[in-house]
Design a protein around this ligand. Structure first.
Ligand code: G3P
Ligand code: CA
Length: 289
């Protein structure tokens, strides 16, 4: 364990606040700016999650960061969808009634493109589509937003790390112009290790709450530890931020999914670097106050 990290863990275990070290990337703790507000699946409280409409809504609410979920179709196209099944957020059961359980990986991109991904949320969103990752990147770029890209269920899609990085590269997202505008996150540590090995310059985030004793291992390949806000404490945030990540900067903490003003103020008080929320306006207003 790094000496600085060991000190912080000890301090945290004693119940006192560890020294906050300068963070980098998502925000700069040292200059007193509030945590970054990250629109979860877009502004998903107000528009159907993971659609272009949710990106647009996030932009209108002033959200600089959006989060999404990337999976793969049967014919190898990367698409943006949260569940491994299309059933909850599209009309796939009506369009393809004989294809239960309607897994994304069992449908071609052309089939997915036929689905309505908006009506389940509200009639005014009828006709919204499941975006391809390319379409999604273009829209985020249009708004000059930043992207927290989640590799969802990577164990279902061998090779998705390389394919995602290739698309990001082809679309210019690994260029200097996009520096500081991309983090790739996952619940799978193995997947993040692969991303880091393939493209060491790309920032990564691990979704979960590793024990303090295990944090040193994550600091080899991930720049962020992104836990549920329900499992968060000030001591844990301080312990994470005391480690130095693979890019020589303190590890960051972006916590999810924070949808109330009280919770936003609580985690901001812990010193988190980012807050992932379905309601970016609520979090933004809470932090201003
Ligand atoms: O970004 C954090 C969050 O998206 C992880 O959970 O299930 O909403 O993808 P989930
Ligand atoms: Ca997600």
């Amino acid at each position: 364990m790094h000496a600085r990290a060991a000190t912080a863990v000890t301090t945290a275990l004693l119940g006192t606040v560890a020294l906050l070290l300068p963070a980098a990337g998502v925000r700069a703790v040292e200059d007193g700016t509030p945590p970054a507000v990250i629109a979860h699946r877009g502004a998903s409280a107000y528009a159907p999650e993971n659609t272009l409409a949710a990106v647009d809504r996030a932009a209108r609410l002033g959200a600089v960061w959006v989060e999404n979920d990337v999976q793969r179709t049967r014919d190898g196209k990367l698409v943006v969808l949260h569940d491994d099944s299309l059933a909850r957020t599209t009309d796939v059961e009506q369009v393809f009634p004989g294809r239960a359980p309607w897994k994304v990986k069992d449908f071609t991109a052309a089939e997915v493109a036929r689905l309505d991904a908006g009506s389940w949320f509200g009639a005014s969103y009828a006709g919204a589509r499941v975006p391809t990752l390319k379409q999604y990147l273009d829209r985020v770029d249009l708004h000059r937003q930043k992207l927290l890209l989640e590799l969802k269920n990577p164990e279902l899609y061998p090779g998705i790390e390389r394919e995602t990085l290739k698309l990001l590269s082809n679309e210019g997202w690994l260029d200097q112009a996009h520096r500081g505008r991309l983090v790739v996150q996952s619940f799978s540590a193995a997947s993040l290790r692969t991303v880091h090995d393939l493209k060491p310059g790309v920032k990564t985030g691990f979704l979960g709450t590793p024990s303090m004793a295990d944090l040193h291992a994550y600091a080899d390949f991930t720049d962020q530890i992104n836990p549920s806000h329900t499992s968060l404490s000030r001591a844990y945030v301080s312990a994470v931020q005391a480690f130095t990540g693979p890019h020589g900067k303190p590890l960051e903490v972006c916590t999810w999914t924070v949808n109330t003003a009280d919770a936003a103020r609580r985690v901001a008080g812990y010193g988190v670097d980012g807050i992932i929320t379905n309601k970016p306006d609520v979090v933004r207003d809470a932090l201003r106050r």
